[in-house]
Design a binder for this molecule. Structure first.
Ligand code: PEP
Length: 247
């Protein structure tokens, strides 16, 4: 049985001092250990938040990284830097990075490979726009995004990665996919992982849903057979996150 994994994506919110305050205020109530819980915080907040979470089961994650080890890449952060700062996970290919920072399926794959090589677990985001959903190409698109993201990833490593299905039209909009819509695509992701590797990997890999998850819809979404938890944006910055984690 796969353990649920619920990650908060704090996006570009919270100064280091504010981040520590939020981590301190949430940590007691989201620390039962029943689900894996991760705070994906701005890079500058990783060190202080990791320190604030010492002694808990809550992990820290980054929100992006570069695929080179070091060098003349002004403004970028490497996987090793994230790891050394205390991050165990990193979000890769969030739709906001694809939309505003020219992230492509190919750069996602390079980052996934580097994260794995460096010992960081990638949370790979895939998902369709509203137009793509209306064109009826959601499943084809998400299958392709998943295949490219996992290119050259070994079966053993693939079993440990996390894939977040995040329909772009549901992110930050208050419009959640129905549990049936989310289940259909999360199952398609698990199926394509089974085709690339085998049943063993597809049964181990964890697939999250993300897109306006809140205290009212979390339980129904997370009860679906192929949804192993959530990637939560807006609601992860509030006390509501506690209700989502303890759904
Ligand atoms: C996200 O940022 O990954 C996300 C799902 O945001 P929200 O929960 O606010 O829709």
């Amino acid at each position: 049985m796969r353990k649920k994994i619920i990650a908060g994506n704090w996006k570009m919110n919270k100064t280091p001092a504010e981040a520590v305050q939020l981590a301190e205020s949430l940590k007691g109530s989201v620390n039962s250990g029943k689900a894996d819980v991760i705070f994906c915080v701005p890079a500058i907040d990783i060190i202080p938040v990791a320190k604030a979470l010492e002694g808990t089961n809550i992990a820290v994650g980054g929100q992006n990284m570069y695929f080179e080890d070091s060098g003349a890449f002004t403004g970028e952060i490497s996987a090793k830097m994230l790891l050394d700062a205390g991050a165990k996970y990193v979000i890769i290919g969030h739709s906001e990075r694809r939309q505003f920072f020219a992230e492509t399926d190919e750069t996602v794959n390079k980052k996934v490979l580097k994260a794995i090589e460096s010992g960081i677990i990638p949370i790979i985001c895939v998902g369709e726009s509203l137009t793509q959903r209306e064109q009826g190409i959601t499943v084809d698109l998400v299958r392709l995004q998943t295949k490219i993201a996992l290119k050259d990833v070994s079966a053993a490593d693939a079993a440990n990665v996390v894939i977040a299905y995040e329909p772009i039209w549901a992110i930050g909009t208050g419009k959640t996919a129905t549990s049936e819509q989310a289940q259909e695509v999360c199952k398609a992701i698990r199926d394509v992982v089974g085709e690339i590797y085998d049943k063993n990997v597809s049964e181990k890999i964890r697939v999250q849903y993300g897109g306006s998850v809140n205290a009212a819809n979390a339980a129904e979404l997370f009860a679906m057979p192929d949804i192993d938890g959530g990637l939560v944006g807006g609601a992860s910055l509030k006390a509501e996150f506690e209700k989502i984690v303890n759904y």
